[in-house]
Design a protein around this ligand. Structure first.
Ligand code: C2E
Ligand code: CA
Ligand code: CA
Length: 614
C-alpha cells in the first residue's frame, strides 16, 4: 500500500467541509455588510459554494470539490480586489492562503495553474494602472511594483509549496511507520494466537474465540481429542514423523468443521474442537465421522500407518459455562473414553464429578496413610501341591482408612501409582514383610515372603539400593525374599529394568512373574530374564474345570515353565476340583481361597502351627 495524499481521508473531508462552511457564511455575512457590487459577487460565490457542497455530499467527489473551491476562491479574491483597491487591497493576502491550501490538498497541476493565474492577474492589474488605463484613483505604481508583487507571489507560492512538500513527506513517513507497526502488531498477535506446528489456534486464543462464539450461540459442544497411539509412532519413527502426522490430522479435522466452528491444538497430541450443539443422537454420528477421519490410513514418506483417538465431549452451558472448566470436563470424558476401549467418543456425565471428587479426597487421605499407620499387611500362604504344606506367603497390603473404611489394594494401588505415593507405600510393604519374615524364620518357620512390585517402583532406578538397605536393616537373608512383577513391567525401558533385576538376582533375591498369561504375548523375555517362578493368572485357573481351552493353556504354561526350569504357582484356586486337575498337571504350588484367604500375621502363625512348613 502506498501513501496517497490526494485520496481524501475521512478526516480531510471533514476539515474541508468545515472550511467550506466558514467560507460560505463569510460570503453571506460579507454580502450583508458590503456595498452592492461586492454583494453581487459574494452572493454568486455563495451560490457556487452550494454547488461544491453538492459535489461533496451527493457525488462524493472530494478532489473535484477541492479544486473547484480553490478556483472559486481565487476568482472571488480577484473579483473583489478588482472592484476595491486592486493589488493594494488587504484581501490580496488571501491568495497566500489559497496557495497554501492548494499545496497541501490539491495536485501540482492545480497549484501551478493557480500560481500562474494569480501572477498574471495581478500583473495585468498593475500594468493597467501603470499605463493609466485604470479608471479609479489608485496609489502611484511604478514598474518595479509589478516585479515586487510577482516576487511576493512567487515567494508565497514557493514557501507554501515547500512547506506542503515537507508536510507531505512527514505525513508519508508517519503513515508508513504507522502501517509497519500495525502490520507487526498484527503479525505478533497472529503468531501469539497460533500453534506453530499446525497453524491452529492455541489454547489461550481458543478461550477468547470460545467466548465470542458463546456470546452468539446458545449452546456449544467442546470435544477433547487425544490420540491413542501417537507416542509409539513418535518413539519409533522420530519426532519429525510425529509432526507430519499431527499436521495431517489438523487438516483432516479442520476439513470437517462447519462455519463458525473451531479446531485448536492444545499441545502434544491433544486437539480441541468447538462445535455447534446437536442432540446427542446426531452428535454420535458426527463424532464417528471425526474418529473415522483420524483413523484413515496415513502415508508419510514410504511408511503407512493408522492412528486412532479417544474423544470426550462436554456441553456449554449444560455442563459448565467457563471454558477451562468445560475443557476439564471434556478431558475427564476423554479418559472415560480411553477406559472404555479407546477409539470412541464419550459425553461427559455429571455423576462423574462425585466420583472424581471422591478420588481426589482418597488421594489426599492416602498421603497420610503411611504416617497414620493405616496401612498393614495380610499374608496369603502358598502351598506345595504335592504335600499341601505351606511353602511361602505373599504379602498383600491393606488400607484401613478412618474416612473410607477398608479399601482394596486394587483400588488404592493405582491411585498410589498415579500420584507417586507408591514409592513410600512400596517401601513400607517391603520393610514390614522382611521384618515379619525374619520373625517367622526366627520362630522356626523357614519360608520365603513374596512382595508385589509396581512398575513405578522400578522407574526411579533406586529399587536395588532400597531393597538391599531393608535387607540389611531387618537382617533377612536375600534368598528369603521373592519379588513379584508383571509381564507388562518387563516391557518398559528394558535396559534400566534388566540391570536392576540383575543386581538384585546377583544378591540372591528371586523373582516371580505375576498374573502370567494376561500380558505380553512375546515370550522372548522369559529367556532374557532370570525368573524363578511363573504365577499362572487366576482367570485361567478359575475356568480350568469348565473350559477345555483354559485347561490346555494352563497345561501348556506348566510344560513351558518346566522346560525353562521355572516353578509354577496356580493362583486363585477356589475349589477341590481345580486343585485335583492341577495335581494331574505337575504344577508345583497353589494359592487360593480354597486353602487360605489372605490373613493377618497372627492368623498366619495359627495356620503355621496347624500345617507344618515344607
Ligand atoms: P495379585 O498380586 O494378583 O494378588 C492376588 C489377589 O488375588 C489378592 O487380592 C488376593 O486376595 C486375591 N486372591 C487370592 N486367592 C484368591 C481366590 O481364590 N479367589 C479370588 N477371587 N481372589 C483371590 P488383593 O489382596 O485384593 O490384591 C489385589 C492386587 O493388588 C494384587 O493382585 C496386586 O496386584 C495388588 N497388590 C496387593 N498388595 C500389593 C503391594 O503391596 N504392592 C503392590 N505393588 N501391589 C499390591
Ligand atoms: Ca501377586
Ligand atoms: Ca496375581
Amino acid at each position: 500500500m502506498r501513501y496517497e495524499p490526494e485520496k481524501s481521508s475521512h478526516q480531510q473531508r471533514r476539515r474541508f467541509v468545515q472550511v467550506l462552511c466558514v467560507y460560505f457564511f463569510s460570503c453571506v455575512l460579507g454580502a450583508v455588510l458590503s456595498g452592492p457590487k461586492s454583494q453581487l459577487i459574494l452572493l454568486i460565490a455563495a451560490l457556487a459554494m452550494c454547488g461544491i457542497f453538492w459535489l461533496v455530499f451527493s457525488k462524493q467527489k472530494i478532489n473535484l470539490a477541492v479544486n473547484c473551491f480553490l478556483w472559486l476562491t481565487t476568482f472571488l479574491i480577484s473579483a473583489l480586489i478588482t472592484i476595491n483597491n486592486t493589488v493594494y487591497d488587504p484581501l490580496v493576502i488571501c491568495y497566500a492562503l489559497v496557495l497554501m491550501y492548494a499545496a497541501l490538498f490539491s495536485s501540482r497541476l492545480i497549484f501551478i495553474g493557480l500560481l500562474v493565474f494569480i501572477s498574471l492577474y495581478c500583473t495585468g492589474l498593475l500594468l493597467l494602472i501603470l499605463w493609466g488605463f485604470w479608471p479609479e484613483p489608485t496609489p502611484q505604481v511604478r514598474f518595479v511594483s509589478v516585479v515586487a508583487m510577482n516576487i511576493f507571489i512567487a515567494i508565497t507560492g514557493f514557501t507554501a509549496w515547500y512547506i506542503a512538500r515537507d508536510f507531505h513527506s512527514l505525513l508519508r513517513e508517519l503513515w508508513n511507520e504507522n502501517n509497519q507497526s500495525k502490520r507487526s502488531q498484527q503479525e505478533i498477535k497472529r503468531i501469539a494466537a497460533l500453534d506453530p506446528l499446525t497453524g491452529l489456534y492455541n489454547r489461550k486464543h481458543t478461550e477468547l474465540e470460545f467466548h465470542k462464539l458463546a456470546a452468539s450461540e446458545n449452546k456449544l459442544a467442546v470435544a477433547f481429542i487425544d490420540l491413542d497411539n501417537f507416542k509409539p509412532i513418535n518413539d519409533a519413527y522420530g519426532h519429525a514423523y510425529g509432526d507430519i502426522a499431527l499436521k495431517i490430522l489438523a487438516e483432516r479435522l479442520t476439513a470437517l468443521l462447519e462455519d463458525g466452528e473451531l479446531c485448536c491444538r492444545f499441545g502434544g497430541d491433544e486437539f480441541v474442537l468447538i462445535l455447534k450443539y446437536a442432540e446427542p443422537e446426531k452428535c454420535k454420528t458426527r463424532y464417528q465421522v471425526f474418529l473415522d477421519q483420524i483413523a484413515e490410513e496415513m502415508q508419510i514418506e514410504l511408511r503407512t500407518f493408522k492412528i486412532s483417538a479417544s474423544i470426550g465431549v462436554a456441553h456449554y452451558p449444560a455442563h459448565a459455562a467457563d471454558f477451562n472448566e468445560l475443557c476439564r470436563l471434556a478431558d475427564l470424558a476423554m479418559y472415560h473414553s480411553k477406559a472404555s476401549g479407546r477409539n470412541t467418543a464419550v459425553l461427559y456425565c455429571p455423576e462423574w464429578q462425585d466420583e472424581h471428587r471422591k478420588k481426589l479426597e482418597m488421594i489426599q487421605a492416602l498421603r497420610f496413610a503411611v504416617e497414620n499407620n493405616e496401612l498393614f499387611l495380610h499374608y496369603q500362604p502358598k502351598y506345595n501341591l504335592a504335600s499341601l504344606k505351606i511353602n511361602g506367603v505373599e504379602a498383600l497390603v491393606r488400607w484401613q482408612s478412618k474416612d473410607f473404611g477398608l479399601i482394596s489394594p486394587a483400588t488404592f494401588i493405582p491411585l498410589a501409582e498415579e500420584t507417586g505415593l507408591i514409592d513410600d507405600i512400596g517401601l513400607f510393604v517391603l520393610k514390614q514383610a522382611c521384618a515379619d519374615c525374619k520373625d517367622w524364620i526366627a520362630q522356626g518357620y523357614e519360608m520365603p515372603v513374596s512382595v508385589n512390585l509396581s512398575a513405578a517402583q522400578l522407574s526411579s532406578g533406586m529399587l536395588p539400593d532400597n531393597v538391599l538397605t531393608i535387607l540389611t536393616e531387618t537382617g533377612l537373608a536375600a534368598h528369603y525374599l521373592e519379588l513379584e512383577i508383571t509381564e507388562s513391567m518387563l516391557m518398559q525401558d528394558q535396559n534400566a529394568i534388566d540391570s536392576q533385576i540383575s543386581t538384585l538376582s546377583d544378591q540372591g533375591i528371586s523373582f516371580a512373574i505375576d498374573d502370567f498369561g494376561t500380558g505380553y504375548s512375546n515370550l522372548h523375555y522369559l529367556s532374557r530374564f532370570k525368573a524363578a517362578t511363573l504365577k499362572i493368572d487366576q482367570s485361567f485357573i478359575k475356568n480350568l474345570s469348565k473350559s477345555s481351552q483354559h485347561y490346555n493353556l494352563v497345561e501348556g504354561i506348566v510344560v513351558l515353565a518346566k522346560t525353562l526350569g521355572l516353578t509354577t504357582v496356580a493362583e486363585g484356586v477356589e475349589d477341590q476340583n481345580t486343585l485335583h486337575i492341577l495335581s494331574t498337571m505337575d504344577c508345583d504350588s497353589v494359592q487360593g481361597y480354597l486353602l487360605s484367604r489372605p490373613v493377618s500375621l497372627d492368623a498366619l502363625y495359627a495356620q503355621l502351627q496347624e500345617k507344618s512348613v515344607g
